[in-house]
Design a protein around this ligand. Structure first.
Ligand code: FE2
Length: 287
């Protein structure tokens, strides 16, 4: 089955959010939503999420699922805001507990921060299936970028999050806690065993040398043939060496500190203080 896919590109964080619709009904899933955040001002805005919500309302869609491919480190999730406006169950991978354990410690969250994934409505393991109306979604656990990364295979489409990017850009970094270039290589090989015609939708795009337009859709065949990191005859050893060397040169994402604190809570903000004010922490020299 071929789902209807609508993409929303956030230029502030280079994130692609998707609305994936059952072609034979009004059910849809929203994948990797964005809550706008002006870090300098400490101010959240909902413009990006409101565009998705308007699309859902204008097309009379019913939101079955609000899915996260992983705990993003470069943007805040708008999942709770979207859920409050138009419903849907929020899902992520079961390994979220590993991520919560790691960053619960980094941010010294104390015992009131649950590390069992209970902030989410549903945790998915490799091989699980979920339904978007009559449309089946198969869950693949594809760790490497983070321990909890999932790929959602929906009809003839795969939403790969931060594993593969467009063929001319390559692959995602693996230097966050729990990341592994070897695991990412293995996960990518699994994704590339999907049929050649499978449409691949990536989680980010940054353009690439010689390409001036943002892009987010490719295919298994194109990735196998042309991905600059894993395409053609690229070996596992060469990939690991390249990925680790490249990651050592990368700066941290601008929003990593707010993103992790919010996204490990399924997009919820930390509890307000006794005045009703909400604060995020900046741990010094710990990330
Ligand atoms: Fe990511």
């Amino acid at each position: 089955m071929t789902p209807d896919v609508k993409a929303f590109f956030d230029t502030a964080t280079n994130t692609v959010s998707y609305v994936v619709k059952d072609p034979e009904g009004q059910s849809c899933a929203i994948i990797d939503s964005v809550l706008d955040f002006d870090y300098a001002a400490g101010e959240t805005r909902t413009q990006s999420a409101d565009e998705v919500i308007a699309y859902v309302r204008d097309n009379d869609l019913r939101v079955d699922w609000i899915l996260e491919t992983h705990v993003h480190a470069d943007h805040l999730s708008a999942a709770p805001y979207i859920q409050e406006q138009i419903g849907g169950k929020i899902g992520i991978g079961t390994q979220i507990t590993v991520v919560q354990d790691t960053f619960g410690k980094v941010f010294n969250e104390g015992t009131e921060f649950q590390r069992d994934g209970s902030q989410f409505d549903k945790l998915f393991s490799d091989g699980d299936t979920l339904m978007i109306g009559q449309l089946r979604c198969d869950v693949m656990h594809t760790p490497g970028h983070t321990p909890a990364c999932l790929t959602y295979v929906i009809g003839d489409c795969a939403f790969v999050g931060d594993t593969l990017f467009m063929p001319d850009f390559g692959t995602a970094r693996c230097d966050f806690p729990g990341g592994s270039s070897e695991m990412l290589y293995e996960s990518i090989q699994r994704i590339l065993t999907l049929p050649d015609a499978t449409r691949i939708f990536v989680g980010h795009d940054y353009k690439a040398p010689g390409r001036d337009e943002f892009a987010w859709e490719t295919s298994v065949a194109e990735e196998k043939a042309r991905n600059v990191h894993v395409g053609g005859a690229a070996s596992k050893e060469a990939f690991i060496e390249m990925r680790d060397a490249r990651d050592a040169t990368l700066k941290k994402p601008a929003l990593i500190i707010p993103s992790l604190q919010v996204n490990m809570r399924a997009g919820q903000m930390p509890e307000p203080d006794d005045q009703g004010d909400v604060f995020l922490k900046v741990p010094l020299n710990k990330i």
